[in-house]
Design a protein. Sequence first.
Length: 244
Amino acid sequence: MDSIRGDLGIRRSYETCHSHDGGFAPSYAIYGSTASTTGSNEAMVQAQSWLHDCLCFHKGCKAGIVDPDWHPTRLIDLGPTLNSTPKIVDREEIIANSPYATLSYCWGSSPPQTTSHSLQKLRQSIPEDKLPKTFRDAFDVARSLQIRYIWIDSLCIVQDSLEDWRQESMTMGQVYQTAICNFAAIASSDGNGGMFRHRYTASLRPPTVELVWAGDHRLLKMCKPNIWIDEIFASPLMSRAWVI
């Protein structure tokens, strides 16, 4: 993914479109990804293009945001470069007007958790090689989209502090609403399943049928019915009541 980090100016698009409400923004090509895995460079370029279009042209996506410059109490800072060490930072340390992403995933048995004892250590560094695959994949996606900060509940909320849980649960809706993008690991039942999947590429390009009948000429695409229900609503993540 390193090779595409600079291909699309998502950070630049955020600043331009976020500041001027859909005004001038750089024009980028849109690619139809047919790669065999959703974690490919091609798929990430497609995601960059979608996010750019959303930031610049989807006014409804930003309509309910009260304070676009708001940040959660804590975020994971992935750093300014691909080789930076992730760490937890407090709101006061976050660079002003910086976008952040969120992660929705199934906890499973026991994801890594921030506690009162480990918080100070995680403010210095988060050992990325010790994280479950879903977390590492989310970091990779954020870096590819040039999003420096990401919010993950088990790491950004102090799990053994009832006071912190009460405080953070009150702003949970705002955390997700204000995020520039939410990553959803829909197909994984726990944090070890990862975000990416291999796929049958032929299904990505529905066959086209040319129909001529009584002088009427049409091109019809044959698509799988109920694909959203089968692929999204029936996924492990969507079976959890708390999913936003």
